[in-house]
Design a protein around this ligand. Structure first.
Ligand SMILES: NC(=O)c1ccc[n+]([C@@H]2O[C@H](COP(=O)([O-])OP(=O)(O)OC[C@H]3O[C@@H](n4cnc5c(N)ncnc54)[C@H](O)[C@@H]3O)[C@@H](O)[C@H]2O)c1
Length: 261
């Protein structure tokens, strides 16, 4: 039986770990050739080997590395059908409320989350437009939709990604590229990133880890943290032809968290 993204060539940034690794596995199971693109070369290479795809070292903040990645995809795979701008960071070195934020932290978070997504769209689009119909998925967050005073740089970067996604969708439609662009907004998944945030809240408020976990959990009406595959299913759908009339949309996968905030 044909897979849902059979034969599609899809690049996943930050694909070596966390949510990105779940996307790589799920897309490969459904027949895609997945390019794992990350700065964690050893784990990234191993995942690509396990899933029958390719690995590329790609720091998403480097315009030169994006250009090299697109040249590689054109030469080695003959084109690109899908892009998941997933690489992202949340951690700041100090407090991240509006009075405590350090400019260096703001710039670091925006460099990976926003510059990385802009560069990905900018450099993938010409190749994707030459390759036929395609789709881009940008990882935003519920942090784009719900204000959180303790992560203002991260929240602002994710809100920027949601807005950017709609502009890219409009750009592609007006050029007749046949490329769709949507954002996915996960709620809370226990990856390295989320664990670091929960640890930090536990330490900074002196409430400790179990109580901090409970505070985060209490915000989810469905009562559980999401699993990486819950987000992977949404990404798979948006990259598949099943979503061929969906562009500029925001797919929220949060166990109802936005309902109660
Ligand atoms: N985990 C959650 O609950 C959650 C919630 C909402 C949104 N998100 C978003 O989902 C995405 C993935 O998050 P995650 O939880 O898997 O994070 P993670 O920290 O577990 O994994 C991030 C991956 O991105 C890679 N990466 C970091 N900087 C990079 C760079 N400059 N170039 C290339 N790769 C880089 C890392 O090496 C790692 O493999 C992020 O954009 C994040 O903001 C996550």
């Amino acid at each position: 039986m044909a897979g849902r993204v059979d034969g599609k060539r899809i690049l996943v940034t930050g694909g070596a770990a966390g949510l990105g690794a779940a996307f790589v596995r799920r897309l490969a199971q459904e027949g895609a050739h997945v390019i794992v693109a990350d700065v964690r070369d050893v784990v990234g290479r191993s995942l690509a080997a396990q899933t029958g795809g390719s690995y590329l070292h790609l720091d998403v903040t480097s315009e030169r590395e994006w250009q090299q990645a697109m040249s590689w995809a054109e030469q080695e795979l003959g084109g690109l059908d899908g892009l998941v701008n997933n690489a992202g960071i949340a951690a700041s070195t100090g407090a991240e409320d509006i009075e405590g934020i350090e400019l260096d932290d703001l710039h670091r978070i925006f460099a990976v989350n926003v510059d990385g997504t802009v560069l990905g769209c900018k450099h993938a689009l010409p190749l994707m437009a030459r390759s036929g119909p395609g789709a881009i998925v940008n990882l935003s967050s519920i942090a784009a939709l719900i204000p959180a005073a303790f992560v203002i740089a991260y929240g602002a970067s994710k809100a920027t990604i949601a807005h950017l996604t709609r502009s890219v969708a409009m750009h592609c439609a007006s050029r007749g590229y046949g490329i769709r662009c949507n954002s996915v907004h996960p709620g809370q998944v226990r990856t390295e990133m989320m664990n670091t945030i929960i640890d930090r809240v536990g330490r900074e408020t002196s409430m400790g880890l179990p109580a901090a976990e409970q505070v985060f959990l209490d915000q989810i009406p469905l009562g559980k943290f999401q699993e990486p595959d819950d987000i992977a299913h949404a990404v798979l759908f948006l990259l598949s032809d099943e979503a061929r009339f969906i562009t500029g949309s925001q797919l929220v996968v949060d166990g109802g968290m936005t309902l109660s905030n």
